[in-house]
Design a protein around this ligand. Structure first.
Ligand code: PRP
Length: 215
């Protein structure tokens, strides 16, 4: 029989990876080493199942998967939308639930309603542009930031922000509020388009088993 090739998983670093590994464990896929906080290793192998795992920055996961450097990825829907790579999104894992929202001080609500030419600060310029230009037909100026987005309306960089809201605590503690909802978000499984054809049976079996433990 032909030797199976390795299937490679790219996991978005942080909470998502931790949760994803817990789910994989539930379906009998383990990788002890990856849970070792001391390790500086970048890639982990399960020889028995012919699987490899690596952790990557969230926004890089769709890139690894599009190019086939990873067959399967676990990443947030926000990142999938923002990166817009040619990959298949095959499963909603149901954790990491939050919302992409337009937020700001209550006073900005009027500006949104009257389609004023406002500035929108965000880590997600593609999502923000798509929402305002293609869904609301509103001309806005998008300002790309890399973090602590809630600062922008407070210091006068922008009128509103387009950002992730989970518990709403960050907004509340900074006198901001959700003005409009763009879309719901959660962790998703993505697959390389060629791998999906070439390793169809292994990959669909895996997805089916993951689905069984997520619902
Ligand atoms: C995210 C997001 C919000 C916050 C929302 O930031 O950008 O700031 O979490 O969570 P909450 O509704 O539960 O308060 P993250 O912690 O990823 O850091 P960042 O500022 O670098 O984006």
């Amino acid at each position: 029989m032909e030797e199976k090739r390795y299937l490679t998983f790219a996991l978005g670093k942080g909470r998502l990876a931790h949760k994803a590994l817990e789910l994989l464990e539930k379906i009998g896929i383990t990788c002890e080493e990856i849970n070792d906080p001391e390790t500086r290793k970048l890639i982990f192998v399960n020889e028995e199942l012919k699987l490899r795992f690596f952790l990557a920055k969230g926004p890089d996961v769709p890139t690894y998967v599009e190019y086939g450097a990873a067959d399967i990825g676990v990443v947030g829907k926000d990142t999938i939308l923002e990166e817009a790579r040619n990959i298949y999104e095959v499963l909603d894992l149901g954790f990491g639930k939050c919302r992409m929202c337009i937020c700001g001080p209550e006073s900005a609500r009027e500006l949104l309603q009257h389609h004023e030419q406002i500035r929108v600060a965000t880590k997600y310029p593609r999502i923000a542009r798509d929402y305002f230009h293609n869904k609301k037909y509103q001309t806005v100026e998008i300002i790309k930031l890399n973090g602590s987005i809630e600062l922008a309306p407070i210091v006068g960089l922008s009128e509103v922000i387009c950002d992730i809201v989970e518990t709403g605590t960050t907004l509340k503690e900074n006198g901001l509020t959700v003005l409009e909802e763009v879309c719901p978000l959660s962790a998703r499984v993505v697959v390389n388009q060629v791998s999906m054809r070439m390793e169809n049976e292994r990959i669909t079996t895996l997805i089916r088993r993951l689905k069984e433990v997520t619902t």
